[in-house]
Ligand binder design. Structure first.
Ligand code: SAM
Length: 358
């Protein structure tokens, strides 16, 4: 299936958010305005999901290359000044980073042309019971928690860790925290959890959360992705339609998930169909890896290295900030119209999802 890019956009885009601020927005040559920066805090993780990382032999990022709190804040400030409104912290497992609460506090205080930014996080939830009060106090506003199965034996097999109870405790803590909307993410996998899709939706609903299913993407470290094993958007919808009437929710904007009301609502479900129904035409996301590489797409094989800019000796603050801004703009300029997974020449990125930042 070809990549669907929507209508071509004019290269000159008026951005209401940055208009009058004196700052040019982050608009690419296809007219996409960038609002969302995914910030990976570490490539380390407390789980070893088979579709993401191998059990052994991971090549971890060198400690010296990991961005410091000050460096992350600096990049985030430059992005916010250029119209980015959301920072989503991810990894690896973001809650493994020792100063994660300080990261949230510093980022949540940043003001862009439209006011305060929003700080969100994607996590496996394991450390939430311990950290959530401090994270909320620091300014965390939204949470996505990954949960691929409700069965303990399956969870153990899939993640190579016996930690389902910890994840469920994390989800309970998130549900009790009042953070809204709360989303649970599952990668749908044939013969692994595709008999649990409706159960996961029901579980999410019972916790005041929206379940979202992700099509498996070719982003695993071991390059073992196989299209045949991938459960497609249409298969997910067919499985859910056995239990609920699904009504599309309009107004998706740049969001990765298509959403449906369950039996007329208010409960909803989402599907992120990056492979069979790509949404590149509306992508408003950039990524910052834990080691300071800017990326304009999950699937890109090009990275824009911020480390020399951030760590150049004897540079005045203004020069570093201008360098970061320039790198953000170069990254946006280099963005391709689509991810081209279906192109026979498609090359999977060298890094896995844990190092790119999911
Ligand atoms: N550790 C955190 C977590 O578990 O949510 C954040 C990082 S994890 C890489 C972010 C999300 O990427 C998770 O929901 C995970 O299921 C998803 N993911 C990882 N590898 C994937 C793949 N090959 N295809 C689709 N989703 C993937």
């Amino acid at each position: 299936m070809p990549v669907m890019l929507g209508m071509p956009r004019p290269a000159m885009v008026q951005d209401p958010l940055t208009a009058g601020s004196g700052v040019a927005p982050l608009v690419d040559v296809h007219g996409r305005v960038h609002r969302d920066l995914r910030i990976s805090l570490t490539d380390r993780c407390s789980l070893r999901c088979t579709y993401c990382m191998p059990e052994q032999g991971n090549e971890w990022l060198a400690k010296s290359s990991i961005l410091t709190l000050d460096e992350i804040e600096r990049v985030a400030r430059a992005a916010a000044a250029a119209g980015v409104t959301t920072f989503r912290l991810t990894g690896g497992e973001p809650l493994l980073r020792r100063d994660v609460v300080d990261v949230v506090r510093r980022l949540a205080a940043i003001e862009g042309p439209a006011g305060r930014v929003e700080v969100a996080m994607t996590t496996n939830g394991i450390r939430l019971p311990e950290l959530l009060p401090a994270l909320v106090d620091a300014g965390l506003r939204r949470l996505n928690i990954s949960l691929d199965t409700l069965r303990r034996d399956r969870f153990h097999e899939l993640t190579r860790r016996d930690r389902l109870d910890d994840v469920l405790d994390g989800i309970a803590a998130a549900a009790a925290s009042g953070l809204h909307p709360l989303k649970l993410n599952a990668v749908a996998m044939r013969g692994v959890n595709d008999d649990e899709l409706a159960d996961l939706v029901a579980f999410a609903g019972d916790h005041g959360a929206e379940m979202r299913f992700i099509e498996q993407m070719p982003l695993d470290v071991g390059h073992t992705w196989d299209r045949v094993r991938m459960v497609t958007r249409d298969e997910i919808l067919a499985a859910l339609a056995v239990r609920w009437t699904l009504t599309p929710v309009p107004g998706r904007g740049g969001a990765p998930a298509e959403r449906w009301l369950l039996d007329g609502g208010p409960r909803t479900v989402g599907v992120i169909a990056s492979v069979t129904a790509p949404f590149c035409g509306d992508c408003d996301r950039l990524r910052l890896t834990a080691d300071g590489q800017l990326r304009n797409c999950l699937f890109s094989t090009t990275e824009y290295d911020l480390l020399p800019v951030l760590r150049a000796p004897r540079q005045p603050r203004g020069a570093v900030d201008a360098g970061v801004d320039g790198m953000l703009r170069a990254c946006v300029r280099g963005k391709l119209p689509g991810h081209a997974i279906d192109d026979p020449a498609f090359l999977q990125p060298a890094r896995g999802m844990n190092a790119i930042g999911g």
